[in-house]
Write a protein that binds this ligand. Structure first.
Ligand SMILES: [Zn+2]
Length: 412
């Protein structure tokens, strides 16, 4: 046993000092003695705070549902950028045009209501998933009168118009490998006549909180990390697609030559965060949900088994699971193979891509396990501290994994 642990420790040290690594090579053993890199990462993560995470979500909710193509969405982009700058994380924007197609998207979520799936019955869900057990109806609320709060109804009144769009990212440049980067993302737009507190204020705040701690003056990383807040996710991942279309071809190019500046470092992996609050489990047979957080709640890390980079994405997902075991204070992580309907999809054939959520998007969210999804009750006041803590545990999980992968050091 002792020899195994020593061997693992040596492997870890070699990995940290060795050649560039697109993918984790560390053995997935949270039982091993903590390495120096583990300790550095743990010290960094100690700067996360439940109240700060909540305050960032609350800050995002001042712009209502932040629907793309509206003034409230543009104001939210400005606000996010101002926060990122205040953390010391230099920002840039991606510009693109979005014109809504004639037909409304998302037909997959408009399944007929079937409360219980019979034994042996196969009900396919999105991304290759399979629905099981008790289902509830899902969909996007488009009825303003379903929002009882008159002020929020007014805030969300402006409809989307076609035209130019912007989204913001900020970048922590690596000290020894500025030419390679990890992308950590979430979508900042929402809809449904609520405050998009969960979908996806919770993921946006997670990314912003990581940008905050990784940008502190005493924090260095060997490799670059980019924190991206995608727009137009809810219309079909258009903001993330625009990023891939505009920037995939720029990867790894030094500009100007000899400057050691890389406007688009080579992508090593992409990690998306989409709805981090809730996991109260399957709906009950009477059509209600457990109002309290389940102690057995978990974070769902998903890769897509049909992606060109699926094998590496699977390894990355399990690396995140190990990071969860090392660094998350309360809730575990589970790995699934049906990542779908989120901004990591446009990246998944280029680089290992995964998503983190409070549920599996197909089997759970698709079957109606989260009653806040795209509904007027997706407001800050709906969620308890235990719900927010599930999101904080996801922040610890990603922060831990990225800290190890990018090689974080706290300098005196
Ligand atoms: Zn979402």
């Amino acid at each position: 046993m002792r020899i195994d642990r020593l061997a693992l420790g040596t492997a870890t040290l070699l990995m940290l000092g060795g050649a560039p690594r697109a993918m984790p090579q560390e053995r997935g053993d949270a039982q091993a003695a903590p390495s120096r890199q583990d300790e550095m990462t743990r010290s960094l993560l100690a700067r996360l705070d439940l109240e700060k995470y909540k305050a960032t979500i609350k800050g995002l909710t001042q712009f209502g549902d932040r629907r793309q193509g509206t003034e409230r969405n543009r104001k939210a982009v400005d606000w996010i950028e101002a926060q990122l700058k205040s953390y010391g994380c230099p920002t840039e924007r991606v510009r693109y045009v979005y014109d809504a197609p004639p037909r409304p998207p998302r037909p997959e979520d408009r399944k007929p209501f079937e409360p219980v799936i019979a034994s042996g019955q196969v009900v396919p869900g999105p991304g290759g998933s399979r629905y099981r057990g008790i289902q509830r109806r899902t969909g996007v609320n488009t009825d303003p009168s379903a929002q009882p709060d008159a002020k929020l109804r007014e805030l969300n009144a402006e409809p989307a118009t076609n035209g130019p769009r912007e989204e913001v990212y900020c970048t922590k440049v690596g000290t020894t490998h500025p030419e390679e980067m990890y992308i950590v993302g979430a979508h900042m737009d929402g809809h449904g006549w609520g405050e998009a507190a969960n979908d996806d204020g919770s993921g946006t705040a997670l990314v912003m909180e990581l940008a905050r701690i990784f940008s502190m003056p005493d924090v260095q990383t060997e490799r670059t990390i980019r924190f991206a807040l995608w727009n137009n996710e809810e219309t079909g991942l258009n903001g993330a697609r625009a990023y891939v279309e505009q920037r995939a071809g720029l990867q790894g190019k030094e500009d100007p030559p000899g400057s050691k500046r890389y406007p688009e470092p080579k992508w090593l992996a992409m990690v998306q965060h989409d709805m981090m609050l809730w996991d109260h489990g399957m709906p009950r047979a009477d059509g209600t949900w457990n109002p309290e957080q389940r102690p057995e709640a978990d974070i769902n890390v998903e890769f897509q088994s049909t992606a060109l980079r699926a094998d590496e994405a699977m390894k990355l997902a399990f690396f995140f699971r190990t990071a969860n075991e090392k660094f998350a204070t309360d809730y575990p992580a589970a790995v699934g193979s049906h990542m779908t309907n989120t901004d990591s999809a446009p990246f998944m054939d280029f680089v290992p891509a995964i998503s983190l959520r409070e549920n599996e998007r197909g089997m759970h969210t698709g079957a109606g396990w989260n009653p806040t999804w795209h509904q007027p009750i997706d407001v800050y006041a709906t969620f308890s501290d235990k719900d927010f803590r599930l999101g904080l545990n996801a922040t610890q999980t990603t922060g831990g994994a990225i800290g190890l992968l990018a090689g974080v050091t706290l300098v005196k």
